[in-house]
Design a protein around this ligand. Structure first.
Ligand code: SR1
Ligand code: MG
Length: 391
């Protein structure tokens, strides 16, 4: 079964049977459960059993667009290798890859049936208080261990080559830094906020900042990023968290992962109608950053590279990561509001007036973060965000 074909339920079952060595007599059922933008996802299990296996298969195009936007199937191999790499350093918080088949562009993953997607939990008003600490730990573990703090020159260059992901990272470059800042045909701009989008497209000072972020995204290969760390890429359960969906990963600036996650929490903030719920999201951001900073400092301090051991250097680097993160957070907030791929937090709001207000708030806050990244510290974030919520 090594020749590529787009799986149906039976193909997914056959792949699981072979990859997990389940034997011909075990009865299995499978169904396609994917709702993501890119791939097929199947759940395969024994009848009557809640838990089984997850099969993720890359299609030769972007699922949500169709065959008009072809895309390398090699993303499945890259994703499997990134998850395996991250899993070495953050096994508690990275989904387990049980098998992968490059020819079939398929990955066999542990079934996280007992978990729920964090975005959905937030939409349901559920608060997973441990999640920000856990995510901060995960990010510090995978960033430091793929950086120059832990890899020597040759080791890091080899990793940068192994995890080169030019097709998907080029998509990220386009959908984060290009499309949302011009009147691009891929954009999805609601008529009520078109004038707000047009203001951004005419904002030269903003575009200068975004150009710098785009340049760093391409040129500043600090660590092996997850590359798409929004709340839909995080599964949560009581006291537990697993990160999934690393197909956009590759070497890039650490602040990108941190910023994308911050943005998704702030997009949820923008969708909230009560101050206590809003404050919970700001607190999530602050706890995430403080967890990241503390753990990062600890792992980085244990470097074997004598040139990098000064605490003052690590502190300065972390300040830059925070500034980068705010800039990338701003891009993510803007692109998730007027770009090709939105978020359910705001798109699913039922009151049209509140939805428009939330979209405007997301654009305004995104712009503020990009323009003032060097002036806002984590304690001031609450003031900045609430000030924008009142306007
Ligand atoms: C056209 S792909 C757009 C987005 O979908 C994925 O979920 C990533 O977030 C990507 O940026
Ligand atoms: Mg994804």
């Amino acid at each position: 079964m090594s020749q590529y074909r787009i799986f149906n339920d039976e193909d997914a079952i056959a792949y699981v049977r072979q990859a997990a060595e389940l034997g011909p007599n075990m009865v299995l059922q499978g169904e396609e459960i994917g709702d993501g933008n890119l791939n097929q996802v199947f759940k395969v299990c024994q009848p009557g059993s809640a838990k089984g296996f997850i099969v993720k298969q890359a299609l030769p195009y972007i699922r949500c667009i169709g065959e008009t936007w072809p895309l390398t199937r090699d993303r499945a191999r890259i994703e499997a290798e990134i998850l395996l790499y991250h899993g070495q350093y953050s096994p508690e918080y990275t989904v387990a890859v049980l098998h992968h088949d490059a020819a079939l562009s398929a990955i066999l993953l542990e079934d996280l049936t007992d978990y729920q997607v964090w975005r959905q939990a937030l939409l349901n008003g559920q608060h997973f208080a441990d999640a920000p600490v856990q995510l901060g730990t995960y990010l510090a573990q995978v960033h430091v261990h793929s950086s120059d703090f832990k890899l020597d020159y040759q080791g890091q260059r080899a990793a940068q080559l192994q995890f080169a992901n030019p097709e998907l990272m080029a998509i990220s470059e386009a959908v984060y830094f290009v499309d949302p800042f011009c009147d691009h045909e891929r954009n999805n701009v609601a008529p009520d906020i078109r004038s707000n989008a047009e203001q951004l497209w005419a904002d030269s000072a903003l575009k200068v900042r975004v150009a710098r972020l785009k340049h760093d995204f391409r040129c500043n290969g600090q660590a092996l990023l997850h590359g798409d760390l929004h709340t839909g890429s995080v599964m949560v359960a009581a006291g537990q968290l697993k990160v999934i969906d690393a197909e956009f990963g590759g070497y890039g600036p650490m602040g990108f992962d941190v910023g994308v996650m911050i943005a998704n929490l702030l997009l949820n903030f923008c969708s909230q109608s009560t101050v206590p719920q809003q404050l919970l999201r700001i607190k999530d951001v602050q706890v995430l950053w403080r967890s990241y900073k503390t753990q990062f400092f600890q792992y980085a301090s244990q470097t074997a590279d004598a040139a990098l051991t000064e605490p003052e250097y690590i502190g300065a680097l972390l300040r830059q990561v925070w500034q980068d993160a705010l800039g990338y957070a701003g891009c993510e907030m803007i692109r998730r509001t007027i770009g090709v791929a939105h978020v359910a937090d705001i798109d699913n709001m039922t009151d049209p007036n509140q939805k428009t207000a939330s979209q405007r708030q997301a654009l305004a806050l995104g712009r503020i973060l990009i323009m003032n990244a060097d002036k806002i510290d984590d304690a001031q974030l609450e003031h900045t965000a609430l000030k924008h919520s009142a306007q």
